[in-house]
Ligand binder design. Structure first.
Ligand code: PHE
Length: 340
């Protein structure tokens, strides 16, 4: 019996040396220590041993059992550690490798110019407000003194979504919303996208951007309008820029003007960009029509105001000498990356 125990111990130790996986170990555990295992088998034979020998042999079997158990456990730890090390080695980071370049995007030219404009107007005390792109006939036309069937509706080709529901053709709609919710003194700008059913070419797009401006207070005159817009033009185009006001027509302003600045390409001499005139038109403006003030519940006998609408796309193409407005919408990265 003693010999058998020794043999088993030796065989188990030998088998353990060759065990290289968790599965091998489990098989060994079952073989030696399991319910039907070899050591259990020995214990079962204890009955055939002389009674005085029994405690001794029993003790030996138990010792062998715990020895094999400990050895298996130690081996299991070793295998687990080795597997972990192998995994870590596979995941090791080579810190001598060059880092991947992180590309950071740049601001779109339209946003750059818009940010500059917002800064300029904020410094003059204007707030920035927002308005919806899907507008009602009331805000886009009716309250802006353009009733149904008014010939001025032909000035803008409108995308209609449903009866009296449209894509705003001008940010002027935001004037009305502002006057409905704020009391004078009002000084706001509203930048945003506008939509007109125009054919696409180098200078036209069915989607473009305007910045609406509105000032309403007691005693506002055309002089205020001229002062603000001249100041704006010089800040955006440079202090030597000249500004010219031409009489014009908009249904919601009276009198109305169009504002030109000296061409930034030729400085006013005349070139391809300004079509030889030396001037570039950048905005429409005028004194808010009394009908518009009245429609918003503001008394035109007490208050007056001026409004302007600046074309952001034109401003951007002339400022950056971009020859085709389509470049602003195509999102060609080669074009956009130039504005780094
Ligand atoms: N809404 C006009 C346009 O789109 C521009 C404008 C705005 C003119 C405000 C006068 C006052 O043409």
């Amino acid at each position: 019996m003693k010999e058998k125990i020794e043999q088993l111990k030796a065989a188990a130790a030998e088998a353990l040396k060759n065990a290289s996986s968790k599965e091998d170990l489990e098989a060994l555990r079952i073989k030696y220590l399991g319910k039907k295992g070899e050591l259990t088998g020995l214990l079962k034979q204890l009955g055939s041993v002389a009674p005085e020998e029994r405690p001794k042999i029993g003790q030996l079997v138990n010792e062998a059992k715990s020895k094999i158990e400990t050895a298996i456990n130690e081996n299991r730890d070793k295998i687990a550690r080795a597997a972990k090390e192998l995994k870590l080695a596979g995941e090791a980071v080579d810190i001598t490798m060059p880092a991947k370049e992180k590309k950071v995007g740049v601001l779109h030219p339209l946003n750059r110019v818009l940010d500059d404009m917002i800064d300029i107007f904020k410094s003059m005390g204007f707030d920035v407000v927002d308005g919806p792109e899907v507008e009602t006939d009331h805000y886009n036309f009716e309250c802006l003194n353009v009733p149904a069937d008014h010939p001025a509706r032909d000035m803008q080709d409108t995308f209609y979504l449903a009866d009296k529901l449209l894509l705003r053709t001008q940010t002027s709609a935001a004037q009305i919303r502002t006057m409905e919710t704020r009391k004078p003194p009002i000084r706001v700008i509203c930048p945003g996208r506008v939509f007109r059913a125009d054919e696409v070419d180098a200078t036209h797009s069915p989607v473009f951007h305007q910045i609406e401006g509105l000032v309403v207070d007691k005693g506002i005159t055309m002089c205020d309008l001229k002062g603000v817009l001249e100041q704006f033009a010089r800040e955006i185009y440079g202090k030597d820029t000249e500004v010219r006001f031409r009489p014009s027509f908009f249904p919601f302003t009276e009198p109305s003007v169009e504002v030109d600045v000296t061409c930034s390409e030729c400085g006013g001499k005349g070139c391809r960009v300004c079509k030889g005139s030396g001037w570039i038109e950048i905005l429409g403006a005028g004194m808010v029509h009394p009908n518009v003030l009245r429609c918003c519940g503001i008394d035109p006998d007490e208050y007056s105001g001026f409004a302007f609408g600046i074309g952001l796309d034109r401003l951007t193409t002339t400022k950056y000498k971009i020859s085709d407005i389509r470049l602003l919408f195509e999102n060609d990265k080669r074009f956009l990356e130039q504005f780094d």
